[in-house]
Design a protein around this ligand. Structure first.
Ligand code: ADP
Length: 480
C-alpha cells in the first residue's frame, strides 16, 4: 500500500533525516507480522539536535500572536480531515485496530487540534484588585518553552494530538517520541505540520532507542516540560528523572477501571456500555473496563447477556470492514492475556466465552468473559490491556464502592443505576479522575481527561488541557 504519510525518516529542524549511524528499526503489521518498513534508530545526539532546534524556534514562535497560532492549527485540522482515510489506513496497518476505529481516532485528533485552535485565543490572564494605591497586580500566562512528548502505541495519533495541539496553541515548541511499535502515525504529524506551514523546529519527531531518547528529554535543562502517556512503571521512572531539572510534568498512566452494575440498572444498556468500554481497541485502552462488579440480583442476567454479546464480536484484520476486534499489538500482549486467564481459572474462575488464542493465529485472541472473579486474581488487580472481562459479584453499595476504590489506580470508573440519589452518592465517592454514569464511552475533546493516584498528573483536553503548557507569572507594577 502506498501511503503519502508513511515516512521512514525523522523530522528534525524542518528536515527529514536518517539516524546519524544509519541504523533502523523494523515496523511490522500486527495482523500479519509482515514488515511494513523501517524507521531511524535515533539516540542521544539526534535528540540533542532536536531540542536545540526546538529551543531556537521557540524564540520566534513564542512571539507569534494567538490568532496566528490559531489559524495555523485550523489549517492543520483541515489537512487531517481531508486526509483522514490515508491517516486511518496507516494507523490500522501498524496498530491493528479496525479501520472504523482508526477513522474515529483520526477524527478525534482533528477534534483536539480544532479545540485548541479555539483555546489558543482564550489563555486569559488577570488583573487583581491591589492593596496598594500606587501599585497594580497582574497575573500573566506564558508558554513554558520546549516541551517533550512521549506517546504509546494504543492511540498513536490522538495521544500525540492531545499534547501537540495545546503545546502549539500555547506557544511552545515540541520534541516528540512516538512508540516504537507505531511510529508512522507519530511521524505523520511531522508531515502534516510541515504541510500546514509550521516554521522549522516548532515540531520535531524522533524514533529510536526509547531509553536513550527518553533520558535526554528528561535530563536536558532546555526541555521545560515532559508530557507522557504510557505505563505507570515507565511514568515513575521518567518522573524521577525529571526531578533533576524540576520540569513541569503531565502523566497519563495506567488504570484499573471498575464497571459497577447495580440491581436497579437497565441491563441491556449496561451490556451495550460494557461491550464498548471493554472491547474498544481490543481492550487496549487505559480507560477500558478492567473489572466488572455486578450486584447479586442481576448477576446471572448480566453475565448471560454479556457473554452472548461478547461471543458475537467479529475478530479479524482491521482492514476488513466487518471486523470489530483486531489483533493485539504483539506476541507479548497475547502471552500476558493468556497468563491472566490461567491465573484466574487456577483460582476458581470460570470461562463463559472465549478464553484462548483465536484460530486466526498471530496475535489474535478471543474476546473473553470470566465469571466468579475475586479480588485476589491478577486480572482484577493489574491492568489487563486485552479482551478479557472478569465479572465479580457483590451484595451492597458500600461493598461496591470499597472494592472499586481498593486500587493504586484512579483513572476511569463506570457505574449503572436508575436511582438518582445513588448516582450522586456513588459518583462523589469514587476516587477516580473520570466517571461514566450509565455510559461506557466518555472520552471527548471537551472533557478534561486524566487520572488520580498512580494513574497520573494533569489533564488533557477540556479548557483545562492547555494549562499545563503555560507558566503563570505574577507582576507587581509599582510607582504609579
Ligand atoms: P506500553 O505498555 O503502552 O508500551 P510504555 O510505558 O512501555 O507503555 O511505553 C510508552 C512510551 O514510553 C513509548 O513511546 C515507549 O517507547 C516509551 N518508553 C519506554 N521505555 C522508556 C524509557 N526508559 N524512557 C523513555 N521512554 C520510554
Amino acid at each position: 500500500m502506498v501511503n503519502r504519510y508513511l515516512r521512514e525518516q525523522n523530522y528534525i529542524d524542518g528536515m527529514w533525516v536518517h539516524a546519524d549511524s544509519g541504523a533502523t528499526i523494523d515496523v511490522t503489521d500486527p495482523a500479519t507480522s509482515a514488515r511494513i518498513g523501517v524507521v531511524p534508530r535515533s539516540g542521544q545526539a539526534e535528540t540533542r539536535r532536536a531540542i536545540a532546534a526546538a529551543d531556537a524556534a521557540f524564540q520566534t514562535w513564542r512571539r507569534t500572536t494567538a490568532l496566528e497560532r490559531s489559524q495555523l492549527l485550523r489549517t492543520l485540522h483541515d489537512l487531517i480531515v481531508r486526509n483522514q482515510q490515508a491517516l486511518a489506513e496507516l494507523l490500522t496497518l501498524e496498530q491493528g485496530k479496525p479501520l472504523a476505529e482508526a477513522v474515529g481516532e483520526i477524527r478525534a485528533s482533528a477534534g483536539y487540534v480544532l479545540w485548541f485552535a479555539e483555546e489558543a485565543r482564550r489563555t486569559y490572564g488577570e488583573m487583581v484588585p491591589s492593596p496598594w494605591a500606587d501599585r497594580r497586580i497582574l497575573v500573566t500566562r506564558e508558554p513554558v518553552g520546549v516541551v517533550a512528548a512521549i506517546t504509546p502505541w494504543n492511540f498513536p495519533s490522538s495521544m500525540l494530538a492531545r499534547k501537540l495541539a495545546p503545546a502549539l496553541a500555547a506557544g511552545c515548541t515540541v520534541v516528540a517520541k512516538p512508540a516504537t511499535q507505531t511510529p508512522y502515525s507519530g511521524l505523520a504529524w511531522g508531515a502534516l505540520c510541515e504541510e500546514a506551514g509550521f516554521p522549522k523546529g516548532v515540531v520535531n519527531i524522533l524514533t529510536g532507542n526509547a531509553g536513550e531518547i527518553g533520558d535526554e528529554l528528561c535530563l536536558n535543562p532546555i526541555v521545560r516540560k515532559l508530557t507522557f502517556t504510557g505505563s505507570t512503571e515507565i511514568g515513575k521512572v521518567l518522573l524521577a528523572k525529571c526531578a533533576a531539572t524540576v520540569k513541569k510534568v503531565s502523566m497519563e498512566l495506567g488504570g484499573n477501571a471498575p464497571f459497577i452494575v447495580f440491581d436497579d440498572a437497565d441491563i441491556d444498556r449496561a451490556v451495550d456500555g460494557a461491550i464498548t468500554s471493554k472491547y474498544r481497541n481490543s481492550g487496549q485502552t487505559c480507560v477500558c473496563t478492567n473489572r466488572f462488579l455486578v450486584q447479586s440480583g442481576v448477576y446471572d442476567r448480566f453475565v448471560d447477556k454479556l457473554a452472548a454479546a461478547t461471543g458475537k464480536l467479529k475478530v479479524g484484520s482491521g482492514l476488513d470492514p466487518q471486523t470489530q476486534q483486531g489483533p493485539l499489538i504483539d506476541a507479548k500482549a497475547v502471552n500476558r492475556v493468556e497468563a491472566l486467564i490461567k491465573d484466574a481459572v487456577g483460582n476458581g474462575a470460570r470461562i463463559a466465552t472465549g478464553g484462548k488464542r483465536h484460530m486466526l493465529g498471530g496475535s489474535f485472541f478471543e474476546p473473553t468473559v470470566i465469571t466468579g472473579a475475586t479480588s485476589d486474581m491478577l486480572c482484577m488487580k493489574e491492568e489487563i490491556f486485552g479482551p478479557i472481562a472478569p465479572v465479580s459479584r457483590f451484595e451492597t453499595e458500600e461493598e461496591a464502592i470499597a472494592r472499586a476504590n481498593d486500587t493504586e489506580f484512579g483513572l476511569a470508573a463506570y457505574f449503572y443505576t436508575a436511582d438518582l440519589a445513588r448516582a450522586f452518592r456513588v459518583m462523589e465517592r469514587l476516587k477516580y479522575g473520570m466517571v461514566g454514569v450509565n455510559e461506557g464511552l466518555i472520552t471527548t475533546v471537551e472533557g478534561p481527561f486524566g487520572g488520580l493516584k498512580e494513574s497520573g498528573i494533569g489533564k488533557e483536553g477540556g479548557r483545562q488541557g492547555i494549562d499545563d503548557y503555560l507558566d503563570m507569572k505574577y507582576v507587581c507594577l509599582g510607582g504609579l
